[in-house]
Design a protein around this ligand. Structure first.
Ligand SMILES: Cc1cc2nc3c(=O)[nH]c(=O)nc-3n(C[C@H](O)[C@H](O)[C@H](O)COP(=O)(O)OP(=O)(O)OC[C@H]3O[C@@H](n4cnc5c(N)ncnc54)[C@H](O)[C@@H]3O)c2cc1C
Length: 339
């Protein structure tokens, strides 16, 4: 269920090594998987549409997997049935969820505020926004900041008047070291992105928003990137969720009370690390464990466990050379910047 980061890798593994005597089906509302790591490049105009998305029909066909274009609405584990929008019902023996998270809080759902989640909405939202004079981004995390800068770069490149605006309830990159936050702020100022920090968006109207500091900020479109929120599918299905609405999975990636149900990526939280960042990197790292456990579960073998590593460790593993050079150059960088 869901063509998220982890499932894409699992499907690739199934193509290389199909699981014996198992018929697999992917259900996804879109025919494409969109890669968020390239969203800012697309926004700026560096990548084309075809470069940032993957054709799911082709991927599943090559792997001998059925593809059904539907959005799941509920799951009834006791009956082993999945309900989709439009009324279709699919029985299953085992199921895995990789449906991501959402961004827009329900109480802003009826306003002009838009979300790029699910990711298939991204292209349409950004295409509209980047042509307007004062697009407003809500959210000062990495995603919000990089999209604000790339929207601004697009406007500069296409000579579209106006400035991108960003409102953040904390300092931008508030969860990162202060130095990073300060540095990014100075880059935003240099690029002429207008910032409102430590102000929460309280109300959204057709052409302006109101913040907790009672500022009225005019906009020509609002894109909400206020951090990952839980998909309501699990709670409305009566599945036990944590205080933020995310169901908990064990280290084997199985749901707590249903061993035939697996969950990965942003849509679940790990029982062993409930506060782990929601990030595509973790979803990708879970993929080989998920593939192996789906195979083992079908064969009634003992399952293996997922041990998350910190993002620092993952980036370190992936880019140790870069890090090594960076550390070696650090004294010179400090001297060059004078602090
Ligand atoms: C601008 C931006 C840049 C980012 N850059 C990075 C980065 O560089 N590195 C990084 O690690 N993370 C990055 N992230 C975070 C990253 O996008 C998410 O953490 C990641 O997408 C989560 O992956 P996932 O597999 O859980 O789900 P997703 O990749 O979000 O996929 C979920 C899939 O499920 C489908 N789906 C949703 N609901 C249903 C349903 N009801 N039924 C069926 N299918 C459904 C969706 O259509 C989608 O295809 C970025 C986020 C943003 C917004």
């Amino acid at each position: 269920m869901g063509a998220g980061h982890a499932h894409i890798d699992v499907i690739r593994s199934m193509k290389e090594q199909p699981i014996d005597d198992v018929e697999v089906c992917l259900i996804s509302p879109s025919e494409y998987f969109y890669y968020s790591g390239m969203f800012s490049g697309y926004t700026e105009g560096v990548y084309s549409l075809e470069e940032i998305r993957l054709d799911l029909k082709k991927l599943t066909q090559d792997a001998g997997i059925h593809f059904i274009r539907k959005r799941a609405s509920r799951v009834y584990p006791n009956f082993k049935k999945l309900f989709c929008r439009g009324g279709a019902v699919y029985p299953f023996d085992m199921i895995s969820f990789d449906i991501g998270s959402k961004h827009l809080p329900d109480h802003f759902g009826h306003t002009v505020a838009r979300s790029i989640k699910p990711h298939e909405q991204f292209v349409e939202q950004v295409n509209e926004l980047r042509k307007t004079s004062h697009p407003l981004i809500v959210g000062g995390g990495a995603g919000g900041c990089e999209l604000a800068l790339s929207l601004q770069a697009y406007k500069a490149r296409e000579q579209i008047d106006g400035q991108v605006r960003l409102v953040s309830s904390s300092n931008i990159l508030g969860s990162q070291p202060k130095r990073m936050s300060k540095k990014l702020k100075s880059i935003m100022q240099e690029k002429r992105v207008q910032l409102w920090e430590r102000e929460r968006v309280e109300e959204v109207y057709e052409d302006y928003i109101v913040t907790s500091a009672n500022n009225k900020i005019r906009h020509t479109g609002v894109l909400w990137l206020g951090g990952p929120l839980a998909d309501p599918l699990f709670e409305t299905s009566g599945i036990k969720v944590d205080e933020k609405g995310f169901p908990l999975v064990k280290a084997t990636l199985q749901f707590d009370n249903y061993e035939f149900m697996f969950g990965v990526g942003d849509c679940v939280s790990l029982k062993t690390n409930p506060y782990l960042d929601k990030s595509g990197v973790h979803a990708v790292k879970q993929a080989p464990i998920l593939y192996e456990n789906l195979r083992r579960f079908a064969a009634a073998e003992e399952l293996i466990t997922y041990q998350p590593r910190s993002l620092f460790f993952i980036y370190y593993q992936q880019g140790w050379r870069r890090l090594y050079y960076y550390m070696a150059l650090w004294p010179f960088i400090v001297r060059a910047h004078g602090s």
